[in-house]
Each structure stands twice: as structure tokens, then as C-alpha cells.
Design a protein around this ligand. Structure first.
Ligand code: ZN
Length: 134
């Protein structure tokens, strides 16, 4: 009968197909296990990532001027010197307060604010160091 022949053929194709896949995966596994050690070494070397590149562009810290209030007295005494000029705070009149990335930093004069805005990171670090040296 034609129908039974066809279904038998389909079944045969299926069996061969599944058999082929099974054999392939088995063969693949065998091949991988049988790989020479040198081959695997090459693979692990390829997986080693190149050294990370240093970011070329730095995100500049935000510098905002703030009014000096009573609460700043302690901070001024702690910092003592202007991170830009190295002058003693208060020696040239009232200190100027700026917030570098939210951290209060005191400067000897208005002229130093512009310099801080050019390189906030450096002056924040200097101010923090002089605060810690107290
Ligand atoms: Zn100054």
C-alpha cells in the first residue's frame, strides 16, 4: 500500500536523521576531548582580555560658589590654608567658599575661584589633605 510505504519512508528518514544528529554530537564530544593540550592553551590565551584603556575624558567636577556662614567657621579653621595660593585663610579678608562636587572648600580670595573651576579635582584633593593634616 502506498500510504504505509510513505509513512515507513518518513519513519526511516526520521531514524536516520536522529541517528545522524546523535552521532554528530557524540563525534563532536569525542573530538573535543581528544583535542591536543596546545590547542586548548591557545584558546585560553585568546580569552585573556587586553588591558583596559584609561578613560581619555574625565568628567569635570561641579564647582559652585556658596556664601560663608557661621557654620563654616569650623571648616575654615580645619582647612586653614587656601588650596590654590597656600595663603592662610582670612589673611586677605573673608574666605570664599565653593562647593566642589558638594564638598565645601575655602579659598583665600575670589581670584582663586576661577583656578578651582579650571581644575576642581586637584584643589579638592589639596583642601582635603590640609583638612586631614589638622
Ligand atoms: Zn586666593
Amino acid at each position: 500500500m502506498a500510504i504505509s510505504n510513505t509513512s515507513r519512508n518518513v519513519l526511516l528518514v526520521l531514524v536516520v536523521f536522529v541517528g545522524a544528529i546523535g552521532w554528530c554530537s557524540l563525534f563532536g564530544c569525542t573530538q573535543q576531548a581528544a583535542r591536543p593540550a596546545g590547542d586548548r592553551k591557545e584558546n585560553s590565551q585568546a580569552a585573556v582580555q587586553p588591558p583596559q584603556r584609561v578613560a581619555a575624558t574625565k568628567v569635570k567636577m561641579e564647582v559652585t560658589e556658596a556664601a560663608v556662614g557661621k557654620d563654616d567657621k569650623a571648616g575654615i579653621e580645619r582647612q586653614q590654608v587656601c588650596p590654590v595660593s597656600g595663603e592662610k585663610l582670612g589673611g586677605m579678608g573673608d574666605p570664599v567658599k565653593v562647593l566642589i562636587d558638594g564638598h565645601p572648600v575655602y579659598l583665600c580670595c575670589q581670584g582663586c575661584v576661577a583656578k578651582v573651576k579650571q581644575d576642581p579635582e586637584t584643589y579638592l584633593r589639596k583642601a582635603t589633605q590640609s583638612q586631614q593634616n589638622r
